[in-house]
Write a protein that binds this ligand. Structure first.
Ligand SMILES: Nc1ncnc2c1ncn2[C@@H]1O[C@H](COP(=O)(O)OP(=O)(O)OP(=O)(O)O)[C@@H](O)[C@H]1O
Ligand SMILES: [Mg+2]
Length: 387
């Protein structure tokens, strides 16, 4: 899918169940310390600091040109950082040539050798590393079994589908058992359906191998589905690091909140600032937004209140709750199969988006254009963003 801020997808499923999320393994297996990369004075990567755990699948997520590939190329040794250190498993990587590193990169185009068979492609790395022939054969067998490509061993890349080529490319990238696997837009060449299938397959294979993996994507859904943790990048800098659900549920900036998923943003000023509740006055709503906890702000401060459409209820009857409700008219309905997003226009002209699950196609409680409805949300449904 096209993947920018307002990507109209259902909320991504958090991946808290993944093993990389627990505290096993070395937390500082890969350390990126004050890494900076300039091209003729243009700063592509701006003082990046990250610690990546052993066995973790870590995604660099950001819009086009934000420096993701440049940082990945620094990790691969294809670019030399202008400043800073890259330390893998205790070893400083900066001055080690790419071919000497225990790092492998899988490119967007897969870069399979077209004249070689599948097994020759997979054998290439181990042979280059001077592994004995019998061991190479065994490794190739093992890798092809892992990616379920054994029966295609004698085929050439052009005799394979896109997904099959990708599995071979992955087998080839991990055949030398690298300490670090780097993936740059790994699904770039696949169509949407195959993409979502391969995302899960790739994760399973990477986890089976327990290889540490840094991947680059501009697709928020892909990062959410595949990664244990995500670093959100903007203009060469890391804006937030967290698990998919942390970034989704607790964005620390408006940039992060808007980058991932649909969002209602209500701008206003803090009217009452109490330790256990806060109200925000906004021209968008008839009544102030009520937040059921304290925030780090002050009365009169300009803030943005953000609430996800799936946290906004929609009903024909007035909700019983005291706060956070408004009446409006359905102006637009976007149908996404499993759910619809209703755009409700309030008297102020402000539009609130609400998700509604399409459980029954002809449900009697369904809504249609120009219906008068109420939108509402809980006191703790949103976040207050300062920047
Ligand atoms: N070799 C280079 N010389 C000069 N500028 C470069 C070079 N490589 C990258 N850049 C610039 O650095 C910035 C970051 O590029 P990079 O390829 O890292 O972006 P990206 O986040 O991977 O984007 P995309 O999602 O489009 O692949 C861009 O502005 C790019 O033009
Ligand atoms: Mg790139």
């Amino acid at each position: 899918m096209a993947s920018q801020a307002a990507s109209p997808q259902a909320e991504p499923a958090p991946r808290n169940d993944r093993p990389g999320n627990d505290k096993r393994g070395d937390d500082n297996y890969l350390r990126i310390v004050d890494v900076r990369k300039e091209f003729d004075g243009f700063v592509a990567v701006d003082d990046v600091n990250l610690s990546i755990r052993k066995g973790e699948i870590f995604a660099l997520l950001g819009g086009s040109g934000c420096g993701k590939s440049t940082l990945l190329r620094c990790l691969a040794g294809f670019e030399k950082p202008t400043a800073g250190k890259i330390i893998l498993d205790g070893q400083l990587m900066n001055d080690i040539a790419p071919y000497e590193q225990a790092v492998n990169m899988m490119f967007q185009s897969y870069a399979l050798f077209p004249h070689m068979t599948v097994e020759q492609n997979v054998a290439f790395g181990p042979t280059q590393k001077k592994m004995p022939k019998a061991e190479v054969a065994q490794r190739v067998e093992e890798m092809l079994a892992l990616v379920q490509m054994t029966k295609f061993a004698k085929r050439k890349p052009h005799q394979l589908s896109g997904g099959q080529q990708q599995r071979v490319a992955l087998a080839r990238s991990v055949a030398t058992r690298p300490k670090l696997l780097l993936l740059d837009e790994p699904m770039g060449a696949l169509d949407k359906k195959l993409r979502s299938h391969m995302q899960l397959e790739l994760v399973n294979i990477i986890e089976k191998l327990a290889v540490t993996c840094v991947m680059v994507t501009h697709d928020q859904e892909e990062a959410m589905t595949m990664a244990h943790r995500i670093a959100l990048m903007d203009a060469g800098r890391i804006r937030q690091v967290g698990t998919p659900d942390e970034i989704y549920e607790q964005p620390t900036s408006r940039f992060a909140a808007e980058f991932i998923g649909l969002l209602n943003v209500i701008e206003g000023t803090i009217e009452q600032d109490h330790p256990d509740f806060v109200t925000i006055r906004s021209g968008a709503l008839p009544d102030p937004v009520f937040i059921g906890h304290g925030i780090s702000g002050f009365e009169g401060q300009h803030v943005a209140f953000a609430v996800r459409p799936e946290k906004v209820g929609i009903s024909k009857q007035e909700p019983v709750q005291k706060h956070n409700k408004a009446r409006g008219t359905i102006e637009e309905i976007a149908y996404y199969g499993s759910h619809s997003v209703y755009h409700v226009r309030l008297p102020s002209g402000f539009k609130v988006m609400s998700n509604f699950a399409n459980r029954e196609r002809w449900a009697s409680d369904s809504f249609t254009w120009n219906d008068e409805v109420w939108v509402s949300w809980d006191d703790n449904a949103g976040v207050v963003l300062n920047s």
